[in-house]
Design a protein around this ligand. Structure first.
Ligand code: NAD
Length: 462
C-alpha cells in the first residue's frame, strides 16, 4: 500500500534501529570495505524502497536526473582521466542522454483482463536487491542508468564495477544516494565496495539476498553470470558492421558512419566497428570518408604497424582502447593533421583490425561482390553476438533481408549508431543492451518480475 513521506521517514528510522550495518566512509554514501556489508546495506534500503509509492520513487529519480546534469562535466572528466578512454565532450553528451532519456516509473505498467469471471492483473514487482557488474568503457553512465531503472522497478542495487573505473563509479554511486536522501528516501539505494575484485564479484553472485544479476561487459563476465545459478541479464560484446549498398545516399552514409564510429572514441558497444560495402559504391564511399569526413587512409605498412601495436601478441592492447585516431597514429610514428578523426583502410573480413572488436576509431572496409555477399560477410563479422548492426540503404527488401539474417538487438537504418540510444533518434536510452539473454535494450520493466493478481468472480463492472 502506498505510504506518505512521513511514514517513509518512520520506516527508515525503524529499519535503521533494527539492523546494525557497517558505516560507509564519511562523506561517501553507499561505499563499503566489505561486499557482505554492502549487500546488507542495500537489503536494508530495499525494505524501505519496496514500501514506497511509485510517486516517491519517481521523486528520487527526478532528483537523480538533476544531479546527473549538474555533474555531467565532472563525471565526464573523471571518466576520461581515470580510464584514459574516450573524450570529455562526448561523455558530457552521454550523461545528459542518461539524465533525459532513461525511463523511470512510467515504464512499470499493468496488464488487466476483466470479464464474467472477475479481474486479473499482471503487475511488475521488484526482484529485491540486484547485483550489477559494469564496464570501464561507460562507467558512470552504466551505474546511473542501471540504478534509475532498477529503482523505478522497486529494487536497490549492489555494484561490482570495473576496478579501472572505481573512482568514477564511486562518485556516481555517492550522487545517487545523495539524491535519494535529499528526496526523503533511504541511503544505500546503490552500493559498492572500495576495491572491487573477482572475489567480491563472486561473493555478490553467490549471496542469498541477490536474486538477479545484470552483467554489462565482454563475453567473460556474461558467461560467469549465466553460470552463477541465478537469473542473469547478459549485456555482452558486439562488433557492429555498417553495411552500405548501392541504393544508399553514399555521401550521407559516409558522414553518419564516421559520426557514429568516432563518438566517444568508438567506446559504445553499439558503435560502427567496420564497414561492408557493395563493390559498385565502395570507391565512392571511401572517397567521401577521406575527402569530407577527416579520415586517414592507412597504407599496408601502417596497417601492419597498427596491428602490432593494437593487438600486441594477438591480445587487445588496453592502452589503445578508447584513444583518438591521432594518438593511435602517433603510436606508430605518424604525425597526423589536427583534423583527423578516424583511420580507414580496405581489407578482407579476416583482417585482425576488422574482425576484432577494437573499441577505437579504426574502420576497415570490406568489399562485397553484391548485396547477398555483403550480408554474408556482415553476419560473419558480427560473430553471432546478436548485438548491433547498421545499414545504409533505400531498398526495403534489402533492409529486411539483412535484419532477418543478422538478428541483432539493434539495427539502425540510415543514421549513426548512436541514434539507437535515442540520441538523434526516437526511443529511450540505456547503456545495458542485453544481447546475449534477449531482453534487448534494458529499462525499468526489465528489472521486474511479472506477478499475476486474480480476483475471482468480482470487480468486473461492465
Ligand atoms: P570487461 O569484460 O573487461 O569488464 C566488464 C566487467 O566485468 C568489469 O566490471 C570486470 O571487472 C568484470 N569481469 C570481467 N570478467 C569477469 C569474470 N570472469 N567474472 C566476474 N566479473 C568479470 O569489459 P570492459 O572492457 O569493461 O567493457 C568493454 C566490453 O563490454 C566490450 O566487449 C563491449 O562490447 C561490452 N559492452 C557491452 C555493453 C552492452 O550493453 N551489451 C555495454 C558496454 C560494453
Amino acid at each position: 500500500m502506498p505510504i506518505s513521506e512521513n511514514m517513509v521517514q518512520e520506516i527508515v528510522q525503524e529499519v535503521m534501529a533494527k539492523m546494525q550495518i557497517a558505516e560507509a566512509p564519511a562523506g561517501k554514501h553507499g561505499i563499503f570495505k566489505d561486499m557482505n556489508d554492502a549487500i546488507e546495506a542495500a537489503k536494508k534500503a530495499e525494505l524501505i524502497v519496496k514500501r514506497m509509492s511509485m510517486d516517491q520513487r519517481e521523486k528520487i529519480i527526478t532528483c537523480i536526473r538533476k544531479k546527473i546534469k549538474e555533474n555531467a562535466e565532472v563525471l565526464a572528466r573523471m571518466g576520461v582521466e581515470e580510464t584514459g578512454m574516450g573524450n570529455v565532450g562526448d561523455k558530457i553528451l552521454k550523461h545528459h542522454l542518461v539524465a533525459d532519456k532513461t525511463p523511470g516509473t512510467e515504464d512499470i505498467t499493468t496488464t488487466a483482463w476483466s470479464g464474467d469471471r472477475g479481474l486479473t492483473l499482471i503487475e511488475m514487482g521488484p526482484f529485491g536487491v540486484i547485483g550489477a557488474i559494469t564496464p570501464c568503457t561507460n562507467p558512470s553512465e552504466t551505474v546511473l542508468c542501471n540504478t534509475m531503472g532498477m529503482l523505478a522497478g522497486g529494487n536497490t542495487v549492489v555494484f561490482n564495477p570495473h576496478p579501472a573505473a572505481i573512482k568514477t563509479s564511486i562518485y556516481a554511486i555517492n550522487l545517487l544516494n545523495e539524491a535519494s536522501l535529499e528526496s526523503g528516501g533511504p541511503d544505500n539505494i546503490a552500493v559498492t565496495v572500495e576495491k572491487p575484485t573477482l572475489e567480491t564479484s563472486d561473493i555478490m553472485m553467490k549471496h542469498k539476498d541477490i536474486h538477479l544479476i545484470a552483467a554489462t561487459g565482454g563475453p567473460g563476465v556474461v558467461t560467469a553470470v549465466l553460470s552463477s545459478g541465478k537469473r542473469g541479464i547478459g549485456a555482452g560484446a558486439g562488433n557492429p558492421p555498417a553495411l552500405v549498398d548501392e541504393t544508399a545516399d553514399i555521401r550521407k552514409a559516409a558522414q553518419d558512419i564516421v559520426n557514429g564510429c568516432t563518438f566517444d572514441n568508438n567506446l559504445p558497444c553499439i558503435a560502427e566497428k567496420e564497414i561492408v560495402a557493395v563493390s559498385s559504391i565502395a570507391d565512392e564511399l571511401m572517397h567521401y570518408l577521406i575527402t569530407e569526413n577527416d579520415c586517414y587512409l592507412a597504407s599496408k605498412e601502417e596497417q601492419d604497424k597498427l596491428t602490432e601495436v593494437v593487438l600486441a601478441g594477438g591480445k587487445l592492447n588496453r592502452k589503445c582502447v578508447g584513444r583518438d585516431a591521432r594518438t593511435l597514429l602517433s603510436m606508430i610514428g605518424v604525425d597526423a593533421p589536427a583534423n583527423i578523426r578516424c583511420i580507414v583502410f580496405e581489407g578482407p573480413k579476416e583482417h585482425p583490425l576488422i574482425a576484432e572488436e577494437l573499441m577505437m576509431p579504426i574502420l576497415g572496409m570490406v568489399r562485397a561482390r553484391d548485396f547477398d555477399d555483403a550480408v554474408e560477410q556482415a553476419v560473419w563479422l558480427e560473430h553471432c553476438n546478436r548485438h548491433s548492426a547498421h545499414i545504409h540503404s533505400k531498398n526495403v527488401d534489402n533492409i529486411t533481408k539483412y535484419a532477418r539474417a543478422i538478428d541483432t538487438a539493434i539495427l539502425v537504418k540510415n543514421g549513426p549508431s548512436y541514434s539507437a540510444l535515442g540520441f538523434g533518434g526516437e526511443g529511450f536510452c540505456t547503456f545495458t543492451i542485453a544481447s546475449r539473454t534477449g531482453e534487448g535494450l534494458t529499462s525499468a520493466s526489465t528489472f521486474t518480475k511479472r506477478r499475476r493478481c486474480v480476483m475471482s468472480d468480482s470487480l468486473c463492472i461492465r
